[in-house]
Write a protein that binds this ligand. Structure first.
Ligand code: RP5
Length: 171
């Protein structure tokens, strides 16, 4: 797996602090990705061109994050049949509610799998889940991640209960 399988696009460089969390997850999962800025409104031709050529270039999933009137993921989905995951970003007067509605409310036939406001990490995990159908090594890494999460939370739960008992005894 040396060519990028995931394309991460964002509407502005101001989106990078959130969108780089998707990149971090993909790095942890050993998934090659590419990252760029494009905009449905400010760079419509670049956005359409990216989406139209993505499959031929070997991209298998696109993650698109944008804020405000967030049409980036939807416009990409309009130009490719690859799976597109939309990340509505918290910016502007409506704190991401505008971006959430713009991203999630796609017309039938042009789906965008929309994650939570600022949910860049989950966008990357979902991309890994999609890729895991074809790449067993990604499926294994996802399983290992879930197991680690499970163990960590069980440890936290144990400590939480122990701390409660100590607090009761000293009260
Ligand atoms: C959206 O407008 C971008 O995705 C960004 O979230 C928001 C503001 O963009 P800038 O004015 O910071 O470039 O298109």
């Amino acid at each position: 797996m040396s060519n990028p399988l995931v394309g991460i696009l964002m509407g502005s460089d101001s989106d990078l602090p959130v969108m780089e969390k998707a990149a971090e997850v993909l790095k942890e999962m050993g998934v090659q990705f590419e990252m760029d800025i494009s905009s449905a409104h400010r760079l419509p031709d670049k956005t359409a061109g990216y989406a139209k050529t993505a499959r031929k270039r070997g991209i298998e999933v696109v993650i698109a994050g944008a804020g405000m009137a967030a049409h980036l993921a939807g416009v990409i989905a309009a130009h490719t049949t690859l799976p597109v995951i939309g990340v509505p970003l918290k910016s502007g007067a409506l704190n991401g509610a505008d971006a959430l509605y713009s991203t999630v409310q796609m017309p039938p036939g042009i789906p965008v799998a929309t994650v939570a406001i600022d949910g860049a990490k989950n966008a990357a995990y979902l991309a890994c889940s999609i890729l895991s159908i074809k790449y067993p090594e990604i499926a294994e890494r996802l399983e290992a991640f879930r197991e680690k999460t499970r163990k960590t939370l069980i440890e936290k739960s144990k400590k939480f209960k122990e701390d409660l008992i100590i607090a009761k005894q000293t009260a």
